[in-house]
Structures are given as structure tokens and as C-alpha cells.
Ligand binder design. Structure first.
Ligand SMILES: [Zn+2]
Length: 96
């Protein structure tokens, strides 16, 4: 599954979870019901997603500083000591 397919799947799961949360009986009088719940849940997940991803993207960025895809002056990964891009950099670039 490609990264964009994984992100789309994660978004769908997030919307389903948000729909369940908005309709939770424990919310009592503020519980939402009706045909607008999916639209509201999608809007909530869409606006929250960048904030959810931010810590992960920060970690990927820090790891790329240790494993620069272009390598050092000798085109080697300064952390792994292998030819650049090292396996870590290759994986991280695909994830970012
Ligand atoms: Zn490396």
C-alpha cells in the first residue's frame, strides 16, 4: 500500500472514530446525531491531522539530520558510514 493510500485509510479510520465520538451516548444532551455527523467528523479530523502529524514529522526531520540523504563531503552517511543515501535516509525520505 502506498503512503498516500495509507494516509487515506488512516483518515477514514479517524473520521469513523470521530463519528462514534460525536454520537457517544455519554455526551448526553450535547451528543450529535443525524445526517450532518459524517461531515462534521470529516471537518474535525481534517483540521486536527496536521497537529497529530507534527511530532512525527519533527522526529523524521531530526533523524534526517543524523542521516542526510546527500551524505557528507565524501557522499557517505556520517552516522552509518555507508554510501549515501543510507537505508535509514532512504526509508525516511519515503515517509516524509
Ligand atoms: Zn545513515
Amino acid at each position: 500500500m502506498s503512503l498516500s493510500e495509507q494516509l487515506e485509510t488512516a483518515h477514514r479510520f479517524g473520521v469513523r472514530a470521530a463519528m462514534a465520538g460525536l454520537q457517544d451516548a455519554a455526551l448526553e444532551e450535547v451528543r450529535l446525531t443525524g445526517p450532518n455527523v459524517p461531515r462534521l467528523a470529516d471537518a474535525a479530523v481534517s483540521s486536527a491531522t496536521p497537529f497529530v502529524r507534527a511530532p512525527l514529522l519533527a522526529l523524521i526531520s531530526q533523524a534526517l539530520l543524523l542521516h542526510p540523504p546527500a551524505g557528507d563531503d565524501d557522499e557517505r552517511c556520517p552516522t552509518c558510514g555507508t554510501s549515501a543515501p543510507c537505508a535509514t535516509a532512504s526509508t525516511l525520505v519515503m515517509s516524509a
